[in-house]
Design a protein around this ligand. Structure first.
Ligand code: BGC
Length: 353
């Protein structure tokens, strides 16, 4: 097991380091301290053959200017808040509008664009990178000083886990995630329509034309969102089905079925039949934003090695609570009070025979 650290670049906020954690199978992950973004994930297929399965950029300026939130930690609140407005304990808050008429992924400068403090260590069964960011009271118009710790761990069993922890000194709202885009054939291998996907999800959340939840929680049965039997991402990619027409594909919150023990079995399985690479996802989050990279088409920000952005060449599985929860009484509770601890964990594990 090995940890390497190098300077990735320097910007106005300061120096940005890149840590690469490697385990004995050869699997490795590279993470930069800007946004805690995953830049590279060399992951094995079932025979142990490695490929870089995530999208990212070669240079710091693309992370600062580019869109897509590639591999980054998202906070305080992931996804859209309708018109950037919410009310907490009778006080109205207005967030920065950065996506149509809404506030997306934490506002103007969310956690994805902050430099995090980092500390790496080798532990018994893997390598760990501990990231810390203290978000000041009122930052981006969220109340309370929020102290956030994220622990990335790459373990000897080829699993990358992300553990989030946050505490506040005033009641606030928190709904964090990571925004990594996968292509299990290797990021430069084209459309993901042939990937097989199984998700233990019983319902999804349709949106209006601004991609804001309508409030409805719809059963997946009989819709393209039913992944309860493994199927390819492409087979029901049906842009005539209204929710998908609005979003240009999959870009929806999927709600996991309630189970007694969330760690007993994966909640998602994804597999690329061409390369025989399989990833399973464990999480204690109640939902996952399944996004088929419908906006991945910005010609100004090519990926690593100059690979162009192309829609549906990747997919995100952003484990989190429901989007715009704070504006829907029937949605998940994303408030965090003084004395409470926000804790959630997601594991992306690669299966080797
Ligand atoms: C959202 C997409 C958005 C993307 C931005 C996803 O979490 O669901 O609608 O375009 O993030 O990168």
């Amino acid at each position: 097991m090995l940890i390497e650290k190098r300077l990735f670049g320097t910007c106005r906020q300061g120096a940005v380091d890149m840590y690469t954690l490697t385990v004995d199978s050869g699997m490795s992950v590279s993470i930069i301290t800007l946004g805690g973004a995953l830049v590279k994930l060399l992951a094995p297929n079932r025979e142990g053959k490695l490929a870089d399965v995530i999208f990212g950029y070669d240079d710091l300026s693309s992370y600062l200017g580019g869109d897509g939130y590639h591999g980054a930690l998202i906070g305080r609140v992931g996804n859209r808040i309708c018109k950037g407005k919410y009310t907490l304990d009778g006080v109205d808050y207005q967030l920065y509008i950065n996506n149509g008429q809404n506030s997306l992924h934490g506002g103007k400068v969310g956690f994805s664009h902050k430099i995090w403090d980092a500390e790496a260590s080798v532990v018994e069964d893997g390598c760990v990178l501990d990231l810390t960011y203290v978000s000041p009271d009122g930052e981006e118009n969220y109340p309370g000083t929020l102290t956030v710790n994220v622990r990335y761990k790459l373990s000897q069993d080829n699993a990358l886990s992300i553990e989030y922890r946050a505490t506040t000194d005033k009641k606030t709202i928190v709904n964090m995630t990571n925004h990594v885009y996968f292509n299990l054939g290797g990021f430069a291998s084209g459309k993901v329509f042939d990937h097989l996907l199984w998700m233990d999800c019983e319902s999804f959340i349709p949106t209006d034309e601004n991609l804001i939840p309508t409030g409805e929680i719809r059963d997946v049965k009989g819709t393209p969102f039913d992944f309860n039997k493994e199927k390819t991402i492409g087979c029901d990619f049906d842009l005539s089905y209204e929710p998908m027409a609005i979003a240009g594909g999959y870009d929806h919150c999927m709600n996991f079925r309630a189970v007694d023990d969330v760690w007993a079995a994966p909640r998602i399985k994804a597999r690329d039949p061409k390369t025989n690479r399989e990833m399973v996802v464990y999480t204690d989050a109640p939902c996952v934003q399944f996004y088929s990279a419908n906006f991945m088409k910005n010609p100004n920000y090519p990926f690593k090695g100059g690979y162009p952005q192309t829609t549906q060449n990747g997919f995100c599985l952003e484990t989190q609570k429901m989007p715009d929860s704070i504006n829907h009484e029937n949605f998940t509770d994303i408030t965090l009070d003084v004395g409470e601890v926000y804790e959630t964990k997601t594991v992306y594990k690669f299966i080797v025979d």
